[in-house]
Design a protein around this ligand. Structure first.
Ligand SMILES: Nc1ncnc2c1ncn2[C@@H]1O[C@H](COP(=O)(O)OP(=O)(O)OP(=O)(O)O)[C@@H](O)[C@H]1O
Ligand SMILES: CC(=O)N[C@H]1[C@@H]2OC[C@@H](O2)[C@@H](O)[C@@H]1O[C@H](C)C(=O)O
Length: 400
């Protein structure tokens, strides 16, 4: 038997596993690294986050990825070069984290790597008859495994698509295992570049559970501030948005996209919600001369309103549910205060109340998916609701 197959068998049959979950999202701000201790599998999964850090990308890294990120036309050589380069960079970051945490390779069983999404394209977006849903994450797992010496699971989204999904959101597969409760109805709301949520009714009925993208998130706000104030990466503490006034005509134009009328689940990305989307809405609403503060105030309200209406749509029949928020958007005080104001009487907490640092939540998700791949099995969700196939996900790379 190949010694890594034996090693995998040993890892899968141990009572517990140490998994490094990695997430690099649409905001391109940095690599989230979560070292987790997992025991059990399926609904018996227990997790402890032993270490967590976000390693910020430097300007050079961001510039290289942005050259290809969510663009229809790119230099194919650049993608070919970036695929191993990101894998090696992420591997180096892990090696640095382990040194900082005074741990060695032998303290970690596997790495669970999301990679970097550079293009996400569900069928409804490209509308080409011969092609299905598609998504592309780069940062190859073999390079991570060789750079770190640790078995690496990566490229989780392809199986989801192969089995009928859109490749996202995968959050449901972890949220259901870690956070579903028979005591309360829960909305797990993640506000990253793109906002998404998982619905966890207290029946714990796998047929009713789902997760879906909502729309933006921070992505248009980030792109807008980077365009107008290149020294800023995001509207820190909503300073610019707070200085502006919402433009109702622009807000209405921003809300007109067909995506918002679709049922759940659905997915999207910065390929749709970007500066071109904003420019079109400004033209349609005759608001091209708005000052940057008013545009930012409107973008902030746009994200808040779409999050509020998606939650309202899901919980219309209920009088009792709790929102557990996560992702960088929870640090945006204006965004959060608008959501709170629109949902009076709803408890809005963060995943910290459930023992998971809200900035670590997506990295933790991939650690759970790796654990399921090794120890669990496929989860069966709804047959009625398309797009949530019962699958295990992740491809396995050995270091030699
Ligand atoms: N203090 C703050 N004020 C305002 N916004 C903030 C603050 N801190 C973080 N953010 C926002 O959070 C973003 C980062 O969020 P996060 O890391 O969750 O995104 P991501 O994981 O890259 O995205 P996704 O989940 O869509 O893949 C920043 O780009 C910024 O817009
Ligand atoms: C294709 C892709 O990378 N999608 C991300 C993105 O970031 C947020 C949202 O859009 C979500 O659908 C997904 O990530 C999370 C981790 C998910 O799959 O649940």
């Amino acid at each position: 038997m190949h010694h890594h197959i034996q090693q995998l068998y040993n890892i899968a049959t141990k009572p517990g596993r140490r998994v490094i979950g990695l997430m690099s999202g649409t905001s391109l701000d940095g690599l989230d690294v979560a070292l987790c201790e997992l025991t059990g599998a399926g609904l018996n999964t227990a997790i402890k986050v032993l270490q967590f850090t976000t390693v910020d990308y430097n300007a050079d890294y961001k510039q290289r990825v942005k050259a290809v990120f969510s663009k229809r036309e790119v230099d194919l050589q650049a993608i070919t070069l970036l695929n191993p380069w990101i894998g090696i960079e992420h591997g180096r970051i892990i090696n640095q984290c382990l040194a900082k945490w005074q741990l060695t390779v032998s303290d970690v069983d596997v790495i669970a790597s999301h990679g970097q999404t550079i293009f996400h394209c569900p069928k409804r977006q490209h509308n080409l008859i011969d092609y299905g849903n598609a998504t592309l994450q780069i940062g190859d797992g073999d390079h991570l495994a060789v750079t770190t010496g640790i078995i690496t699971l990566s490229d989780f989204r392809q199986k989801h698509i192969a089995a009928g999904g859109e490749g996202a959101p995968l959050a449901v597969y972890g949220d259901y295992l870690l956070f579903s409760s028979e005591h309360e109805n829960r909305i797990m709301l993640n506000i990253g570049g793109i906002a998404n949520f998982t619905w966890l009714p207290k029946t714990r009925d796998a047929e009713a559970v789902f997760s879906t993208d909502i729309g933006p998130g921070n992505t248009i706000m980030d792109a807008f501030i980077q365009q107008h104030y290149p020294e800023q990466y995001f509207d820190a503490d909503a300073k610019l948005a707070k200085a502006g006034v919402v433009s109702e005509p622009l807000l209405e134009a921003l809300k007109q996209d067909d995506f918002f009328a679709l049922g759940f689940p659905k997915t999207t990305g910065p390929e749709v919600f970007n500066l071109a989307y904003l420019a079109k809405a400004q033209q349609q609403s005759d608001t091209t001369s708005l000052n940057p503060a008013d545009v930012m105030a409107t973008l902030n309200r746009f994200s808040a309103d779409m999050i509020i209406s998606a939650i309202a749509r899901t919980t219309a029949q209920l009088n009792n549910f709790v929102i557990y928020a996560s992702g960088g958007g929870i640090h945006n005080p204006l965004l959060m205060s608008q959501i709170k104001a629109a949902l009076p009487g709803v408890d809005i907490k963060t995943t910290a109340d459930l023992g998971i640092n809200p900035d670590a939540k997506e990295a933790v998700l991939f650690a759970v998916l790796a654990n399921e791949c090794l120890v669990g099995g496929k989860q069966q969700f709804s047959n009625a609701r398309e797009g949530i196939p019962g699958v295990s996900m992740g491809k396995i790379s050995f270091s030699d």
